[in-house]
Design a protein around this ligand. Structure first.
Ligand code: CUA
Length: 329
């Protein structure tokens, strides 16, 4: 009976292993995490098959005929079986614990020659800062294939969680502390960065891209960024800086604005509600969003701390950009 269960379990596990359930693996850490995942899954499938097989067999074999109203024969336990059903799960759970702690340790090790990228999260946007490029900040995560990096995660408001399914690695960004995650991408491509901690109304739209480039392409990208860092500094205070801020401060995650290529749907469409509005109105809408709520929207959805998050020069630049972007045509 148990042999039949084991055989079914083995067949089911084999079929399950042949279907590509998981997204493609694109980091050195992914292989090890997948091994843990499959170890646990195969153990569960085998146990499920044994329990299911024994239950179905028992229902069929020991079924009482309709006219049988006798009590069953008394049973007083079975020491051998009791030892087995205690010892086997204990051994399995211990094996899973030991194996996953080893893998957890291995995937957390940061290689000595790693790059560092600072990840800042806020409702409902990601920004990635590259200290090695003079502090350039981007809305997407750009990585070079085969180069280990350490991400330092910070949150400006509530708990968010960084996850790229193809990298398998996941880490919370918690206000007040810095958390870390190590990654070595192994496949060129573009993957989604997903927030996996319910963080408010715009949680489902809190996405960015992780772009893994070849070394040559990455080198080219680094050179253009170094050039860009200089030109942003020289245009400080202009509408150009305001446009960059619109993305780095996360406005684009919730709002639609054609001039910034933004199509967020959580908050009002800025091309409509700000059209022809004065700089004062726009400034108030940013620093005190509850003062005037656009019809059809709720108060307290938009963060109310942009006055603290942005310097007054940044705020001026953002307002200036929004005025010019929503001028009545
Ligand atoms: Cu940030 Cu969910």
């Amino acid at each position: 009976m148990i042999l039949a269960g084991l055989a079914t379990g083995a067949v089911v596990a084999l079929v399950a292993a042949l279907i590509p359930w998981l997204p493609s693996a694109a980091s050195t850490q992914a292989r090890q995490i997948d091994n843990v995942y499959w170890l646990v899954t195969i153990i569960c499938v085998i146990i499920f098959a044994i329990v299911g097989g024994v239950s179905i067999y028992a229902v069929w074999k020991f079924r009482a005929p309709p006219d049988d109203i006798e009590d069953g024969s008394p049973i007083h336990g079975h020491t051998g079986i009791e030892i087995a059903w205690t010892a086997i799960p204990l051994a399995l759970v211990t094996a899973i614990t030991v194996y996953s702690s080893i893998v957890l340790h291995q995937v957390s090790v940061v290689s000595k020659e790693h790059g560092t990228i600072q990840v800042t999260t806020q409702q409902f946007a990601w920004s990635f800062t590259y200290p090695s490029l003079g502090g350039v900040t981007k809305g997407d995560l750009v990585l070079a294939v085969g180069r280990p990096v350490e991400l330092e995660l910070k949150s400006l408001d509530v708990i968010h969680s960084f996850w790229v399914p193809q990298f398998r690695m996941k880490q919370d960004a918690v206000p007040g502390i810095t958390t870390h995650i190590a990654l070595t991408p192994t496949k060129i491509g573009t993957y989604p960065v997903i927030c996996t901690e319910l963080c408010g109304l715009g949680h489902s739209s809190m996405r960015a891209k992780a772009i893994v480039m070849s070394l040559a392409e990455y080198g080219k990208w680094v050179r253009t960024q170094k050039g860009a860092a200089g030109s942003v500094a020289s245009s400080t205070g202009g509408a150009g800086q305001g446009k960059a801020l619109f993305t780095s401060a996360g406005c684009n995650a919730c709002h639609t604005l054609a001039a910034a290529g933004a199509s967020g749907k959580v908050g009002p469409d800025l091309d409509k509600v700000l059209q022809g509005k004065s700089a004062d109105f726009i400034r108030q809408s940013i620093v005190d969003p509850n003062a005037q709520i656009a019809p059809g929207f709720q108060p307290n959805v938009m963060p109310q701390d942009f006055q603290q998050k942005l310097s007054s020069a940044q705020l001026d630049a953002l307002v200036q950009f929004l005025v010019s972007a929503t001028k009545k045509g």
